[in-house]
Write a protein that binds this ligand. Structure first.
Ligand code: ADE
Ligand code: ZN
Ligand code: ZN
Length: 290
């Protein structure tokens, strides 16, 4: 996502934190963040081009090997490299580890702060269907038209759809978009919201270097999230792809409007609610069901 998408996922998550989690997050982040996840969420994109953070570039996405939308959407994840799934395990394990053994020096404090900032960001990216899609570099190399503008499928999903929806339905007011999203979690999506934070204990976690720690966090299942998000690449995102199609008309209506249950908004809501569930699980384990 772009800055607005990441900001919204942080704002949504903030509303679902327990007071105990919120106060610990406030203590971990620098004062300038004012304790807000929404101020942390865009950070990994701002530092992306600095040499010291080059290692994090592949962690913004995951490219499943046999994924061939629009016909075949397959998230047959093979655990191994540095990717978005791996990064979510890594950052949750790091936060949990420091919860069990608090940082002993400034370097460890920095590691914990960065794990939180990366986690909040990567939880957004994993819910952007093109961050879980392989062809054409996740749509970055798939040209499209958007009204009079030339763009690509990836930017469409990172920013263009959101910006247009906020402008057209909410008078260009992101707060109104946020309020509407929260309202939908309590109305239209109410019955499914509880399922958003339940991981299948059977196969939600691959063996990973942090397994002994991540297994203690029952709400973290990035493979499950990515599998469901990746399926949307066939049903919506890459469906009837054409570089000459204008994506600002019927396609825009379909993925942002009521006929898809407000799909674009729902992905942001899922990101925020799952982010909050994992953070509550780590920082206020008494509060969660696990
Ligand atoms: N670069 C290569 N694959 C990508 C993807 N799926 N999303 C974003 N950037 C990428
Ligand atoms: Zn992106
Ligand atoms: Zn990113």
């Amino acid at each position: 996502y772009g800055v607005l998408g990441h900001t919204l996922t942080g704002q949504i998550a903030q509303l679902f934190l327990t007071p105990k989690t919120a106060s610990q997050i406030s203590a971990i982040l620098p004062d300038s963040y004012e304790g807000l996840l929404s101020n942390a969420a865009p950070w990994p994109d701002k530092i992306r081009f600095l040499d010291q953070y080059k290692w994090a570039t592949p962690m913004h996405f995951v490219n499943p090997p046999n994924d061939k939308p629009p016909e075949v959407c397959q998230f047959d994840y093979i655990y191994g490299g540095q990717d978005n799934v791996n990064a979510i395990f890594n950052t949750t394990a790091t936060m949990k580890q420091f919860q069990l053994t608090p940082p002993a020096n400034v370097k460890d404090e920095k590691t914990r702060e960065e794990a939180l900032k990366f986690f909040v960001h990567f939880m957004g990216d994993i819910h952007q269907p093109l961050h879980d899609s392989t062809p054409f570099r996740g749509g970055n190399d798939a040209p499209i038209k958007f009204g009079k503008t030339k763009s690509n499928l990836h930017s469409l999903w990172d920013t263009l759809l959101l910006t247009k929806d906020v402008k057209e339905r909410f008078g260009d007011n992101p707060q109104a978009y946020l309020d509407d999203t929260i309202k939908l979690t309590k109305t239209l999506w109410k019955s499914e919201v509880a399922n958003w934070t339940s991981c299948d204990p059977a196969d939600s976690q691959p063996a990973n270097p942090w397994s002994s720690v991540t297994k203690q966090i029952k709400t973290v299942c990035p493979i499950q999230w990515a599998t469901v998000t990746n399926a949307l690449d066939c049903t919506y995102v890459w469906k009837d792809y054409s570089p000459t199609r204008d994506y600002s008309t019927d396609y825009f209506q379909k993925v942002t409007g009521s006929s898809s249950d407000f799909l674009y908004q729902k992905l942001l809501a899922q990101s925020g609610i799952r982010m909050a569930a994992v953070l509550n699980d780590i920082f206020d384990p008494e509060s969660s069901s696990s």
